[in-house]
Write a protein that binds this ligand. Structure first.
Ligand SMILES: NC(=O)c1ccc[n+]([C@@H]2O[C@H](COP(=O)([O-])OP(=O)(O)OC[C@H]3O[C@@H](n4cnc5c(N)ncnc54)[C@H](O)[C@@H]3O)[C@@H](O)[C@H]2O)c1
Ligand SMILES: O=C(O)[C@H](O)COP(=O)(O)O
Length: 527
């Protein structure tokens, strides 16, 4: 049998190539290829090892006829089209912890550089100016650090800031009170954080919810003279608004490692006296690069040579024997987790995963992992089956797996219940035939639906004429309805409607649906 062939297409520590060779793979190292060059050669490779520079687009994947795995030596996978990779049957793996300490240290370094204007003082001193009277810094001791995102990197930043005798206020919808106490931080909503913080650091992925989380409007809510650090993802801050806030003095200084467009060749921030930046160097230390290179090569080689799956973002980790039986249950479990995550958005404190009938005979851990991965993917793009249970535990989420020996109305059933500030919310699903996942109950209402693609969830008063009104609204906006599912507690009470549609529903249509007579809740969903 020929050896698997791997391409390393970004600058990576040489340990990666060494491990690939030792584990029985042929490896080519070609950093800096253009997309066209990559497209021309990708068909030859079984594995592609990348950092953030290579963009693994749908176009590249279409040409990747032999590709089995993409390995990201780092955390963020926003440069990989994961749905396109999944459709092509390509596993996408990352190394979720290898560069976290290094990136947290970069954020702290940026905070100090801002507090004491080190880059500008250095430049002018080396130019022979000796500008001793032009710089007056601020101490960080006793100041408040506002942490937006309290995951792996955010919690390391918090621990370092506490060591510097700062107070830490954190905003993260997934942070529980218990975890906040354990971390020694004050849990706050975003507006409170903005009003209190002397320094703000960002540590979230870039999602629809976090894009421009520091918008012009939110920058205006900050304490005057705040200093801001972003070592997470470009796009979390509105760069033009930040430039204006620096000009007006609302923001006293800003330090960015990441930009909306990278490489950043131009920016409204460049040249501002109180602005400093680095070219996406957050993960660039010898230690972190050795960690991620070794880990990505080990994981990819294990998959290519032995079929072992670790830290995959689009595939459950399963042994060869269990896989065929568990696969449809994993899909059902992940969909149910994603559904409750999207619907019960907010502070989740507990989750229970119940298995009944045939589902109770199967191993609970992979099903639990799939529910948690579906749930937590609403909050972080780095969650996978492997790290979801760990992350849930670390964040203080109380996870219970319950096995019911007796069959209920269905011969196999998975029920997921989450505890939210509004009370418990429960959804349940079964398999039709051997392998077709179906939702069968939602918040106590019987409703039968396949969870896939773009969907719309509506709660309305059960009264004549509503279905016509929503159908007309979607039709007038060119939105085609694929499937239509209805459920209700009792005639004339509250009715639940789940529609599958052929394209994402624009926010203005959601708004118009909310305004329809009898409507109580409208929420777009995506699976
Ligand atoms: N600059 C660099 O070189 C560099 C290096 C490593 C990681 N990163 C980036 O840093 C980011 C954080 O990495 P991590 O390992 O800590 O990820 P993580 O998944 O452990 O943590 C992300 C946190 O953000 C929270 N979050 C999600 N949506 C939120 C919202 N709307 N508001 C507030 N918080 C929200 C999540 O609940 C989670 O706790 C990622 O985007 C990653 O790609 C950058
Ligand atoms: O998400 C990450 O791991 C960082 O953004 C690091 O990116 P890099 O590997 O290109 O330095």
């Amino acid at each position: 049998m020929s050896k698997p062939k791997v391409l390393i297409s970004d600058k990576m520590d040489p340990n990666a190539a060494r491990i690939f060779e030792e584990r029985g793979c042929d490896v080519d190292v070609k950093p800096g290829m253009t997309p066209d060059e990559l497209k021309a050669v990708i068909g030859q490779y079984d594995g592609l090892a990348i950092r953030s520079a290579t963009k693994v687009t749908k176009d590249i994947l279409e040409a990747a006829d032999n590709l089995k795995v993409v390995g990201r030596a780092g955390i963020g996978v926003d440069n990989v089209d994961i749905p396109a990779a999944s459709a092509k049957g390509v596993v996408v793996m990352n190394t979720p912890f290898g560069n976290s300490i290094t990136t947290a240290e970069h954020a702290i370094a940026m905070m100090f550089a801002l507090a004491r204007e080190i880059p500008a003082a250095n430049t002018r001193t080396q130019a022979g100016e000796w500008p001793k009277n032009d710089f007056m810094g601020v101490e960080v001791t006793g100041k408040t650090l506002g942490l937006i995102g309290a995951g792996n990197i955010g919690s390391i930043v918090a621990s370092r800031a506490l060591g510097l005798r700062m107070k830490v206020v954190a905003y993260d919808p997934f942070l529980t009170e218990e975890r906040a106490i354990e971390m020694g931080v004050e849990k706050a909503d975003l507006d409170t954080l903005l009003a209190k913080a002397d320094f703000i650091t960002l540590h979230t992925p870039l999602t629809d919810e976090t894009r421009n989380i520091l918008s012009a409007e939110n920058l205006a809510k900050t304490k005057k003279g705040v200093r801001i650090v972003n070592c997470a993802r470009g796009g979390l801050i509105d760069e033009a608004a930040l430039a204006e806030a620096l000009d007006s003095g609302q923001v006293a200084g800003a330090a960015l490692d990441v930009f909306q467009t990278e490489p950043a060749k131009d920016s409204p921030l460049f040249g501002k006296p109180n602005f400093i930046c680095t070219p996406h160097l957050g993960a660039s230390t010898t230690e972190a690069q050795v960690n991620v290179a070794l880990q990505v090569a080990e994981q990819m080689a294990d998959y290519l040579v032995n079929g072992g799956v670790t830290n995959a973002l689009n595939m459950p980790s399963l042994s060869a024997e269990e896989a065929p039986k568990l696969k449809p249950y994993m899909k059902l479990a992940e969909n149910l987790g994603s559904l409750v995550g999207q619907l019960a958005h907010g502070n989740l404190t507990k989750i229970s995963i119940e298995r009944e009938g045939a589902a109770a005979e199967l191993s609970g851990k992979p099903i639990e992992g799939a529910v948690l991965a579906g749930l937590m993917r609403c909050y972080s793009d780095t969650v996978n089956m492997v790290n979801a249970p760990y992350l849930a535990k670390e964040r203080g989420l109380d996870v219970r797996s319950i096995r019911h020996e007796k069959e209920g109305a269905y011969n196999t059933l998975i029920r997921v219940t989450v505890g939210t500030e509004q009370g418990d919310r429960s959804v349940a699903g079964t398999l039709f035939g051997a392998d077709a996942p179906r939702l069968v109950e939602m918040f106590g209402v019987g409703i039968e639906a396949e969870l896939s693609g773009d969907m719309l969830y509506i709660v309305n008063e059960d009264a004549p004429g509503f279905i016509g009104r929503i159908g007309t609204l979607l039709g007038e906006n060119g939105i085609n309805i694929g499937t239509f599912h209805l459920g209700r507690r009792q005639a004339g009470g509250e009715a639940v409607l789940l529609l599958s549609v052929d394209a994402p529903i624009p926010p203005e249509v959601v708004k118009a649906a909310c305004a329809l007579e009898g409507v109580k809740v409208v929420m777009p969903l995506a699976f």
